[in-house]
Design a protein around this ligand. Sequence first.
Ligand code: OSB
Ligand code: MG
Length: 374
Amino acid sequence: MQLRRIDLKLVRLPLVRPFRTSSHVKDHLAHILVRVESDDGLVGWGECASPSDPYYCPETTETCWHILRDFLGPLVLGKDWETIDDLTALYRLVKGNNFAKAGLEMACCDLIARSQGISLARFIGGVRPKIASGVSLGIEDDLTALLDTIERHLSAGYKRIKLKIGPGRDVEVVREVRRVYPGILLQVDANSAYTLDDIDMLRRLDEFDLLLIEQPLAHDDIIDHAKLQAALRTPVCLDESIHSVDDARKAIELDACRVINIKVSRVGGLMEARRIHDYCFTRGVPVWCGGMHEFGIGRAANVALSSLPGFVFPGDVSGSDKYYLQDVVDPPVLAFDGDVPVPTGPGLGHEPVEEFIIANTRREVTLDAGEVVV
Ligand code: OSB
Ligand code: MG
């Protein structure tokens, strides 16, 4: 297999409502769609779901664009590869930049699965016909508005609620949500807003029977999370700190977390995501699939990943209608009574809608095998 052409398309879609975390508010998102074409004319699609700003992780949309256009693209175009491991070996020298790598890798997984006539889920070893879906809810100033939002998603059938928390929007918010909904699966995500100085406050969350507390401490920390986990009954779950199976191994060996949020983009693609899954699965560590507000392409990859057997907790992979009026794929990725079906058609199982993608493309570049390697 050789790639003869790679198209990068920066696609911007408005959000149906603004999303707020401990660090920022968004009302639209722009992701890079990656279209790869093989020498025999097969096509695959991937998505870089990087935030536009470096507040969740160091990468941004622009760093992804730069790394894809100037390094990853030129390193893989016109080269021979058979497996995804062969492909990623071509850019082994590129450190970090996992969101950029994930977009390209995902497109190549879609390409190979399509060339074999099998679904992406089957290609990576998925076993579930549908995945249990939860929602991630942004910080709201108004508690009544938050309770309304929770009610709306529970009525739609979503199986678990994740609340974003931050200093001043934590214990009392969780207490109220737990009071109104004593029985729901509930978890919180701090996006690294606390330090070990907040340990007493974090311990107060133990009384609310949370499934887990996600990334309470620094985005690049494992050691302090181990100290925190030793002081908490609630399982700590790492998100930002885990970029590879090696990070997962270190975190588990140190008991820095008892659950892992696997994101395809944060770990550089589906194959590394599967390695983390496999490592955790053989050790009985539960995992779940996180999201980055993906459009339908990245979302379909999340669905495929979530069909692996170790994804025992509902993930953040909701229907794309939670975020977007219209999806970039047909059919759109949707949840039905809180489950997202795992498609059985070839590749992602959802076809990119090229006219809609073109209409919302803000910038594009085509790389071909004639490009000079940087
Ligand atoms: O920390 O999980 C996170 C979105 C953007 C950046 C970071 C995170 C999130 C989410 C949303 O929680 C998950 C989703 O619905 O895609
Ligand atoms: Mg998170």
